[in-house]
Design a protein around this ligand. Sequence first.
Ligand code: PHE
Length: 352
Amino acid sequence: MNSQLEKIKNEAIAAIGRARDENTLTQAEIRALGRKGALTEFLRDLGRLAPEQRRAAGEEGNALKKELESVITRRRAELQKIAASGLAEREWLDVTAPGRELPAGHLHLTTQAIREITSIFSRLGYNCVSYPEVEWDWYAFESLNMPKDHTARDEWETFFLSGPSHHKFGRLVLTPHTSSGQVREMERGELPIRMVNIAKCYRRQSDVNHLPMFHQFEGLLIDKNIAITHLKGTLDYFAREFFGAGRRTRLRPFHFRFTEPSFEIDVSCGVCGGTGESRGGRCRVCKQGWLELGGAGMVHPNVLRAGGVDPREWGGFAFGWGVERTRMMKSAANIDDIRVLYKNDARFLEQF
Ligand code: PHE
């Protein structure tokens, strides 16, 4: 074979073999068979050869042209097939596969806690009630043994609503605590009483430990022959059910105008088990073995009277504290700023 043709053939076959897609194949084709392609130019220049060589070189050149054309056609078909099968792989779809589930979200941890608290107390026979969040001064303070201008009111940094005041009930407030439900419940006139009132509360404070809007739950029990031991037993039951087996409560003397005697309730810390020490040092969660839950006490006779209940015949206890704080204590999470609960940052909320 003509040595020039031999070279053209080798180069063209190698280039066709290297082509991994149709584009590069077309380039190889143009380099050999295009208008200025190596083989095209060879055939055009045949006239320069001596007549005795011309015929053989012409035949060989045309045969090579046919050969290259068919090699290219075959390779092109191959490449198209590969491209098509790649496409099938990339766009593969199993029509029998189950649908992809959308993230469903879940209840906010405050709602979770409210439901859990409700269910614990309903097992003890408590009714879940709710009372106005825009409330009269009378129910929030005065009926709870806090006369007008009594300094004890300062504890509750209350939002007052502008507007007319009622001759008996006073001004309108946003409920600063759920204790406003106590006298409302007594006024229904059905005794005995076992109620939990879970509602939003509002106080003029906002810092790492306080929210201007938060939730409290209030328990009220009115019956005959009720003693502090009943209160203690109820609180212990709640602590075990909500926080877990082995948790205890303790009552510390305190003062509220609407209970007598009054207590603050602590629950034993779940991390150190009430000892105040863990991992050879001071417990990082409670520092002293106990976590403060909230207030409680035996209902003051003046409150019973305000609700139309005869204190010589009936008595009872009440307790109330913050849902958010209680919930955070449960996970022993060290949250540096309680306001994160209502910032709606899914990265935080999804953890609960
Ligand atoms: N209402 C009180 C508070 O907000 C708590 C409390 C409720 C105390 C019931 C005694 C009895 O702090």
